[in-house]
Design a protein around this ligand. Structure first.
Ligand code: SAM
Length: 241
């Protein structure tokens, strides 16, 4: 039996940044959610360049939140004349927002007119908050979003067993000090199973425990400039064996 899901409340800090009282952390940098998605997760994974010429490109994300990274990725794919023929975005979320709260969050956060219709399509297709994997399709099936409701520790091994292989990994599960459950050795072992041979990853954190876990699980990393005044973040790839 699945445990019932506990949804997330929509709360904003005084500066307008969405905040999780459960984890005492913010969903995105106060310097801009979409700009952070581009700097940390798209650029950090060498996108859009890395999907060019491919029939299919898969992204795995830990922590769907408000779907800002998904929307930024979908919009970048649409804008790219050399895009992969199809894109699969798989994201895990233990505490999803309701469709109404997603809409309210997007209305506050999204400052790019080209993304507004995509956000509307996402909220309109948003599944009931029931545990398990929900498959949504956009752009005539060229874009697949699999949003997996539940705990990443349980769901990552399931995704791995189902044959999922990720070309890019977005590690976005709140700060390790605030939410250690998303940065355990078991999570990194599952990510290593799911990473394709050429997989890359990116994350805003540069915490020592994360660096060690990456190395222990066969990833190589380098420190690069973080977003919004943050000194460093990590990007890297699956190591060559
Ligand atoms: C920083 S936010 C993600 C922001 C998101 N990527 C976006 O683009 O809007 C981190 C997310 O991880 C989720 N989360 C925290 N612990 C989790 C766990 N153990 N399993 C799955 N999701 C978890 C939180 O509920 C939260 O939505």
């Amino acid at each position: 039996m699945h445990e019932p899901l506990a949804s997330a409340p929509l709360v904003f800090r005084d500066d307008g940044t969405p905040y999780s009282p459960r984890h005492d952390d913010i969903y995105h940098s106060a310097a801009g959610a979409l700009a952070q998605a581009h700097h940390v997760f798209l650029n950090g994974n060498g996108l859009p360049e890395r999907w060019r010429g491919k029939a299919r490109f898969s992204v795995l994300e830990t922590g769907f939140g408000m779907g800002i990274n998904f929307l930024a990725t979908w919009a970048a794919w649409r804008d790219d004349v050399q895009r992969a023929a199809s894109i699969e975005f798989v994201s895990i979320e233990k505490h999803p927002f309701s469709a109404d709260d997603l809409r309210r969050a997007h209305a506050t956060i999204i400052d790019d007119e080209t993304i507004v219709p995509l956000a509307d399509a996402l909220a309109s297709a948003w599944p009931p908050l029931v545990p398990g994997v929900h498959r949504l399709e956009f752009d005539a099936g060229a874009v697949t979003l699999k949003v997996a409701f539940g705990d990443a520790t349980d769901l990552l091994p399931r995704l791995s067993r189902s044959g999922m292989r990720a070309d890019a990994i977005y590690l976005d599960g709140f700060a390790p000090a605030k939410n250690p459950d998303m940065w355990t050795p078991a999570i990194f072992a599952s990510l290593a199973d799911i990473a394709s041979e050429d997989a890359t990853f990116a994350t805003y954190t540069s915490a020592g425990d994360v660096k060690r876990a990456l190395l222990q699980n066969g990833f190589e990393y380098r420190k690069v400039t973080g977003f919004g005044g943050k000194r460093a973040m990590l990007v890297g790839r699956r190591g060559r064996s």
